[in-house]
Write a protein that binds this ligand. Structure first.
Ligand SMILES: NC(=O)c1ccc[n+]([C@@H]2O[C@H](COP(=O)([O-])OP(=O)(O)OC[C@H]3O[C@@H](n4cnc5c(N)ncnc54)[C@H](OP(=O)(O)O)[C@@H]3O)[C@@H](O)[C@H]2O)c1
Length: 247
């Protein structure tokens, strides 16, 4: 199958592209770095020519609700309209467990993105995943200053991006199914502990500064709203095994 991966150079996008190739598919990578800006949508029609399915895994580093909503509705809106025009038969969106009960800026944008996809004329699947193991690295690279890394208090059931990619490829190969069962990692983890273990593993002396996110969003994040209740697929690799594999 010819399958476009929007965000195909990102953390989960890159491993999804690798897995698609291993399975004999023809991936089409859509990202600014490979010449396609999904905010403007320029050149998208040509890229989607002959594409059977789109895997939508773009992202932005913002935590602002307005910026996240603008980004996700614009990029996914452009993908859906160009996909409809090109006869794409399946739009597969990767979303996040618990976003509908956790009114945090980025998650508010993801809810708007889900609404756009689920109201689209292009047949769709939405699968909600937990934080990746790699999310700990993303926090360190995006949230560090003056020898410290700011880490929100949150309970997760993290899963490696590689295992999430395997689920995405399986879903893209199958028919659109609306909301697929949520997926989750093998065990719950506190994000502060994950980041501390990552830093220790890297030999870093950086300090972890726990951030108590205020309000309903913070309570949900700390209280387990981001942990799937009844996951359809449970990842095999623990965070510690993933760390071990990195050395
Ligand atoms: N990270 C997690 O723990 C996690 C957990 C669950 C679900 N998710 C979801 O998984 C998806 C991917 O997350 P990720 O962490 O793998 O993302 P990421 O590593 O930040 O990668 C983002 C991707 O989006 C592309 N991109 C950004 N702006 C773009 C634009 N204007 N036009 C075209 N492409 C653009 C980037 O490429 P360029 O910079 O070259 O454009 C890159 O390929 C997101 O929808 C996220 O909500 C993430």
């Amino acid at each position: 199958m010819k399958i476009a991966v929007a965000g195909g150079t990102g953390v989960v996008g890159a491993v999804t592209v690798t897995r698609l190739k291993m399975a004999g598919h023809e991936p089409v990578v859509l990202s600014r770095g490979t010449g396609t800006d999904l905010v403007s949508g320029t050149g998208l029609a040509e890229k989607l020519d002959g594409v059977d399915a789109i895997i939508d895994v773009t992202s932005t580093a913002t935590t602002s609700a307005r910026a996240a909503t603008d980004f996700f509705t614009t990029t996914t809106g452009n993908l859906l309209s160009a996909g409809a025009a090109a006869g794409v038969r399946h739009h597969l969106l990767l979303s996040i467990v618990g976003i509908d009960v956790t009114p945090f800026g980025y998650y508010i944008g993801k809810v708007a993105q889900e609404q756009l996809v689920s109201g689209s004329s292009v047949p769709w699947t939405i699968v909600r995943a937990p934080q990746f193991h790699e999310f700990a690295e993303q926090l360190v690279s995006r949230g560090s200053f003056a020898g410290m890394t700011v880490v929100p208090g949150m309970l997760s059931a993290p899963m490696s991006a590689r295992e999430v990619a395997a689920v995405l490829v399986d879903l893209a190969e199958g028919p659109p199914q609306g909301y697929a069962a949520e997926i989750g990692g093998p065990q719950p983890e506190k994000m502060t502990s994950m980041v501390r273990r990552l830093l220790r593993h890297q030999g870093s002396r950086r300090l972890v500064l726990p951030l108590r996110v205020p309000g309903k969003a913070g309570a949900a994040m700390r209280g387990g709203a981001l942990v799937p209740k009844d996951p359809g697929v449970v990842g095999f690799q623990t965070f510690d095994a993933w760390l071990e594999e990195k050395s």
